[in-house]
Ligand binder design. Structure first.
Ligand SMILES: Nc1nc2c(ncn2[C@@H]2O[C@H](COP(=O)(O)OP(=O)(O)O)[C@@H](O)[C@H]2O)c(=O)[nH]1
Ligand SMILES: [Mg+2]
Length: 355
């Protein structure tokens, strides 16, 4: 699962990407890069860190999420100007919105206006989708002579009656509710405005702790928004942990905003974590929300899924409070769950299996 980092040139995309993924790609005040970068970010989770401190394992493996820094969304050229192949395959979008003032760094539109940029970015996505849907409908129209198969008939109805009117009303497709069949049908087209979106508002250093509302941005349904100062986040990430806290306090923050970005990204992708604990390893495993226990076991190993007998599950908070699995068992907080049990975020699990 990947998130694409997008936005206007010099909005701070690569600075954010570098900080998220501890990378060292070049950033530039004057020129926009044309290179796509891929990197992995750790999703920090306080519960897992506390479990690590409790078990002191040999190995500690937190969850991760992948980001792709996609350069060069140019105004008016729409999605045509970017690495479209890459853009289509990402599962969610992170739109970096410039809100910082800096006379040395020119804004394409001649002024800093986050609300305008958020609006026109959505419009670019909608236009790109509109083009694609129209072309697909034209092709289906031509094919009516030979006769459409039932799937093509349904596809045409979906595109002509639901999708095209929405796009023409400037409505991003992520706001449209579809049944599971149509959802699947639409996913095949990899439409851009249908992807979940996170707005990262890159504010000046003096507004690193400001709230989203103060930027006058319309946060539409199915969109999340977080304020960061990308250069400050970069500075924080390079400080030793002991100094981080004071620095954060000075800024009016309780944690690095970056942690909120990775957690929101994870959430946006529909992902949750369950944990396994022990002296050898404390680890987060990534599954889709709603995954039943047996399939979740498959995240660890296919043998465990195949030979699944049952799951021993305890809430992470309960284990942290009572300190040992044994104590949780005594307190009847360690549950035995069958294969249909829907795993919850923060569950600590041990799977019994037989192969
Ligand atoms: N003053 C200021 N400069 C920033 C901020 N964020 C990024 N920059 C600078 O803006 C320039 C472009 O940043 P970069 O990350 O390369 O933007 P990209 O083109 O969107 O990838 C670099 O010189 C950054 O150091 C910010 O919040 N404040
Ligand atoms: Mg860049």
């Amino acid at each position: 699962m990947q998130l694409g980092i997008l936005g206007l040139p010099k909005s701070g995309k690569t600075t954010l990407f570098n900080t998220l993924t501890a990378s060292h790609q070049a950033t530039d005040k004057f020129a926009a890069s044309a290179q796509t970068h891929i990197g992995t970010a750790t999703v920090r989770d306080a519960r897992l860190e506390q479990l690590r401190d409790l078990f002191k394992p040999k190995r500690y493996v937190p969850a991760t999420v992948q980001y792709v820094d996609i350069p060069g969304l140019k105004r008016g050229e729409g999605a045509e100007s970017v690495d479209l192949a890459k853009l289509k395959t990402v599962d969610a979008l992170v739109h970096v919105v410039r809100a910082f003032e800096d006379d040395e760094i020119l804004h394409e539109e001649g002024s800093v206006d986050p609300a305008r940029d958020v609006y026109s970015f959505d419009l670019e996505l909608i236009l790109a989708d509109h083009d694609l849907v129209e072309r697909r409908l034209e092709r289906l129209e031509k094919a009516t002579k030979r006769g459409l198969n039932p799937e093509e008939v349904r596809e045409r109805a979906l595109l002509a009656d639901v999708i095209l009117p929405a796009l023409e009303a400037e409505k991003p497709l992520r706001e449209i509710e579809l049944d599971a069949d149509d959802e699947r049908r639409l996913r095949g087209f990899q439409l851009l405005s249908a992807k979940p979106m996170l707005l990262v508002i890159n504010a000046g250093e003096d507004r690193a702790a400001a709230d989203v509302a103060s930027f006058g941005i319309e946060v539409r349904p199915a969109v999340r928004a977080i304020v960061v100062s990308a250069p400050i986040e970069q500075e924080i990430s390079r400080l030793p942990p002991a100094e981080q806290k004071d620095f954060l306090t000075d800024l009016g923050l309780t944690e690095p905003s970056l942690d909120r970005v990775t957690r929101a990204s994870y959430d946006l992708l529909g992902l949750i974590s369950f944990f396994t604990v022990g002296e050898d390893e404390v680890r987060a495993w990534t599954i889709h929300r709603g995954t039943p226990a047996r399939a979740a076991a498959g995240a660890i190993h296919s043998d465990i899924e195949r030979g699944f007998i049952r799951a021993e599950v305890v809430r992470g908070e309960d284990l942290l409070r009572l300190k040992t699995l044994h104590a949780c068992k005594e307190a009847a907080l360690l549950r035995l769950e069958g294969k249909e049990y829907v795993m919850q975020d923060g569950d600590v699990a041990h799977f019994r299996f037989n192969v």
